[in-house]
Design a binder for this molecule. Structure first.
Ligand code: AMP
Ligand code: MG
Length: 395
């Protein structure tokens, strides 16, 4: 049997970062920056007031209280500024340019708020409440490096340096398809022998949570030709494909039956529990990676976390690797088959103790939904006593 590590290594050696492209800012959230972003101007571009108040000369307010004539009013965006001469004040708003001559701003709270003249109660040193040009960013300074994931604040600074478009590695487009003649889309009644398709929802949601765009095709039956047809229809818009079901050892395994003859997708047993049957390979001239995951809901989810998520990181241009683990202690004794890496579902508490959930079957989706962690038991471990040290993957 192939090891989990060998399977992931093969996947990461096959998938490639997506080619950079230029996108509008509106579409940049969640993408990975593929260029250096710098500012053409200093930020702020000019000295401006940090508060609503009065721009004055510090020397004129050295002795307080003092009353000064107010010779002008400057709002943010004002471009016609009168210089502040000795003994004068200008009423100024937050973000407005500091007029020539003034070297300090007195907050309105320290005054009577007058508009013709102002009585100032407290003095301030030069530079008070003034935001200097270039205090945030110097002209030409790099504000974001390639490889940065663009979140709201990163998107903000790209806009803040005046850019409308930016070169990024896009969010991978992932087509999600489940197979099984027994599957019914939720919202419809169940007939005899039928179950609701949960995997296509779980997996497309997991795709989105991994920073990619999931297109949930829904479920196809167990006919290999129909499966191939559906795959063909959707492949054009896919950077990757994730399927569930139809990869085991039984009959009616449409994914395995349809893809094996292509010769570019391999179906193997990976030494893990849950999730032993795994298919992986590439499709078409564009060599689109396909992850053929097992159908049991917990198996497909665990497989996604172990194999698809790191692959999506790589496609996004991020450093890929196995999911991070943290050290914990188990609240109950644990068992694992020899030679397989187990991923048991558990609830990890703030005290670092992880309690395995009731219901460790690979079909027990409710138990997975109640868990917040996967307890990882290595291949050579068959038993862990209560209180024993374990590694867990946070979900
Ligand atoms: P398979 O891998 O196709 O043999 O499926 C293994 C088990 O997972 C069977 O009990 C299926 O009914 C179940 N299963 C397969 N696909 C789904 C799905 N999309 N949603 C929920 N259960 C599924
Ligand atoms: Mg099936």
């Amino acid at each position: 049997m192939k090891s989990v590590d060998a399977h992931l290594a093969e996947i990461l050696a096959t998938v490639r970062p997506l080619a950079p492209l230029e996108v509008d800012l509106e579409g940049a959230l969640g993408t990975t920056l593929a260029e250096e972003v710098s500012s053409p101007v200093p930020l702020p571009p000019f000295d401006n007031s940090a508060m609503d108040g009065y721009a004055v000369r510090a020397a004129d307010v050295a002795a307080v209280p003092v009353t000064l004539p107010v010779i002008d009013d400057v709002a943010a965006g004002s471009d016609e500024l009168r210089a502040v001469g000795p003994g004068h004040a200008v009423r100024i708003m937050t973000g407005a340019p500091v007029p020539a001559g003034a070297d300090t701003v007195i907050p309105v709270e320290w005054t009577d708020g007058g508009t013709a003249s102002v009585r100032i109660e407290r003095s301030a040193a030069a530079g008070n409440a003034i935001r200097r040009a270039g205090e945030d960013v110097q002209a030409g300074e790099v504000v974001l490096k390639p490889g940065t994931v663009i979140g709201p604040a990163q998107l903000g600074i790209i806009a803040g340096v005046g850019r409308r478009r930016v070169t990024v590695r896009p969010r991978p487009r992932v087509v999600v398809l489940s197979t099984g003649a027994e599957l019914v889309d939720p919202g419809n009644p169940l007939g005899p022998g039928q179950i609701w398709d949960s995997n296509s929802y779980t997996l497309s949601a997991a795709v989105r949570a991994a920073g990619a765009d999931g297109f949930r095709v829904g479920s196809v039956g167990d006919d290999p030709a129909a499966f191939l047809d559906t795959l063909d229809t959707h492949l054009v818009r896919a950077d990757a494909v994730v399927t569930s079901g139809g990869v085991s050892m039984g009959a009616y395994e449409p994914v395995k039956e349809a893809l094996t003859p292509l010769g570019t997708v391999r179906f193997e047993k990976v030494a893990m529990q849950p999730g032993m049957p795994q298919g992986f390979g590439v499709l078409g001239d564009d060599r689109v990676p396909i992850f053929a995951l097992p159908g049991n809901p917990v198996s497909s989810f665990v497989s996604f976390m172990l194999f698809v998520r790191p692959a999506l990181d790589r496609m996004r241009g991020l450093p890929p690797g196995p999911p991070a683990t943290v050290a914990a202690r188990t609240a109950a004794p644990l068992r694992s088959p020899a030679g397989k890496r187990s991923f048991l579902r558990g609830v990890l508490g703030a005290d670092g103790v992880v309690a395995p959930v009731h219901g460790q079957g690979s079909h027990q989706l409710a138990a997975l939904a109640a868990a917040n962690a996967l307890i990882v038991l290595p291949e050579d471990v068959t038993e862990v006593p209560e209180g024993g040290a374990v590694e867990v993957i946070r979900l």
